[in-house]
Design a protein around this ligand. Structure first.
Ligand SMILES: Cc1cc2nc3c(=O)[nH]c(=O)nc-3n(C[C@H](O)[C@H](O)[C@H](O)COP(=O)(O)OP(=O)(O)OC[C@H]3O[C@@H](n4cnc5c(N)ncnc54)[C@H](O)[C@@H]3O)c2cc1C
Length: 452
């Protein structure tokens, strides 16, 4: 297909490539990569286009839509093994994969609320989930993958045989190749208990202290913090499936929908109220039952936008929560605008990436926290101005950013290692971050969360 506009789900970013390709098989991906005359550079792949930054821009280049790569290929490994893997094509969405696995009583530890994102759009970028007993970012679960490189070769990498090359590929932010499929570590499905609590936001230092205390009582926690109120979800993994019964489907569905509204129209009061109303002892469910799929939206509708900041040093939690709230209040006093709230994740770092080098989820096995400001109007200039003003503050407080999830990033605010990058796949957006990183630029190990 020649020249058409493509837009991200939330309609904030558009691109007009010279060529759009919808490959049905590997040969068609290879043919496109090997033919720069008819498929001009930069050539990029896209999944569901649910990114929130300019990462999907390839103006005058080529966009390869991976929607046709939508098969879950199957399981490998003994069924009684805790380390089974599922092989899945890059265009499969998380919602489809979760449902497929649950039918076999399996699951991924990574189960964020978004169901539309594809495996290909997540394994070489970064992501976050307040996972329960397992890594909270998808690349930590990758045992092997296949991709098409800049010369059109189909390359296979596995953790067992090429760990360093695999990790470099997964840190490349899609500038090294087109991912075709991945093998992801999964585990027996388990039930979790989710308990929702509402707190007044009040003083930042006191709020941070209460959050950490509540975090220590459970396996993990996710929260939404607004300038006025805070809603926290405590999550426990329940041992022995047979001992627990899942909450009624209707109740789970009502909860999912109220929660979904809070993502579509960030942080509706209904969600915070729900926290005050849900009865003890909470809901019992598989995590994937609370995953959402987002239908198409119009530019007039409110729809979630966010800007990502990972803090790998959990010791700075109180300082950051207090500072972020103060920053938002000061910004509101000065401009009249404040974000709808902040989404808080505790992400368990895992896999070789945690040990390897500077970048997202490095710094050793342990816990990072992610605190993302959110807004319901992705194109509101006041929101974008907030993001531009906030990023330097966050970086000064130890945050790391991501070119696929942090809004309005400038050169110098993210470093993409020049060793990963191939010109065929490099767009002007990503090119502004390419940096020659010095050998030995590894990040120090960070403390982990105390566990009860
Ligand atoms: C409402 C909403 C809620 C969200 N909630 C969360 C959340 O809780 N946790 C979280 O982590 N994220 C969340 N996100 C962000 C989203 O999960 C990520 O941006 C994700 O990368 C989107 O996946 P995608 O398939 O749409 O990728 P796309 O937007 O299509 O692409 C993302 C990047 O990956 C590249 N790419 C895509 N496919 C391939 C491939 N096969 N090979 C090589 N490169 C490829 C693209 O070129 C692009 O650079 C949310 C987003 C929205 C809109």
């Amino acid at each position: 297909m020649d020249s058409a506009h493509l837009a991200t789900w939330h309609l904030a970013h558009k691109t007009r490539p010279a060529k759009i390709v919808l490959p049905k098989d590997v040969e068609e991906v290879v043919a496109a990569v090997r033919d720069p005359k008819n498929h001009p550079s930069p050539l990029i792949a896209v999944g569901a286009m649910h990114s929130v930054t300019r990462c999907v821009e390839a103006d005058a280049g080529t966009v390869v839509c991976m929607a046709g790569f939508n098969r879950v290929i199957g399981m490998a490994g003994a069924t009684d093994s805790p380390c089974q893997v599922v092989r899945v094509e890059a265009g499969v969405t998380l919602a489809v994969l979760h449902a497929w696995l649950l039918a076999l009583q399996r699951e991924l530890s990574f189960s964020p609320e978004i169901g539309d994102a594809t495996v290909g759009g997540l394994v070489t970028t970064m992501c976050k989930d307040s996972s329960v007993r397992g890594p909270g970012h998808l690349c930590a679960l990758v045992e092997a993958l296949t991709y098409v490189d800049h010369e059109g070769n189909v390359v296979g990498l596995s953790r067992q045989e090429d760990e360093v090359a695999l990790e470099h590929y997964m840190c490349s932010y899609c500038t090294q190749g087109i991912t075709l499929d991945a093998m992801l570590r999964c585990r027996p499905a388990c039930l979790v208990r989710t308990r929702v609590r509402a707190l007044p936001t009040g003083d930042g230092a006191r709020l941070a202290e209460r959050i950490l205390r509540m975090r220590a009582q459970c396996d993990n926690m996710w929260a939404v913090i607004t300038l006025h109120g805070c809603c926290l979800e405590q999550r426990w993994q329940l041992p022995g499936r047979a001992l627990h019964r899942q909450s009624p489907r209707l109740l789970l569905e009502v909860f999912r929908r109220v929660r979904y509204q809070t993502f579509l129209v960030p942080h509706t009061p209904a969600y915070i109220l729900l926290g005050a109303r849900l009865p003890l002892p909470g809901l019992v469910h598989h995590r994937s039952l609370l995953v959402n799929s987002y239908p198409a939206v119009t530019a007039e509708q409110s729809r979630l936008d966010f800007s990502y900041y990972e803090y790998p040093d959990i010791g700075r939690f109180a300082e950051v929560v207090e500072g972020v709230l103060q920053f938002a209040r000061d910004h509101k006093d000065a401009t009249g605008f404040a974000p709808a709230g902040f989404a808080l994740y505790f992400v368990r770092r895992g896999g070789a990436r945690a040990r390897m080098h500077a970048g997202a989820y490095s710094g050793g096995e342990g816990w990072s926290f992610v605190l993302d400001p959110t807004c319901g109007q992705p194109t509101d200039p006041r929101w974008l101005e907030f993001c531009r003003a906030f990023t330097p503050w966050a970086l000064a407080h130890g945050a790391r950013t991501s070119p696929t999830q942090t809004k309005e990033l400038l050169p110098g605010q993210y470093a993409l290692d020049s060793r990963y990058v191939r010109a065929r796949f490099l767009t002007p957006y990503f090119a502004q971050f390419v940096t020659e990183l010095k050998q030995g630029a590894e990040t120090p190990a960070f403390d982990t969360l105390p566990k009860t």
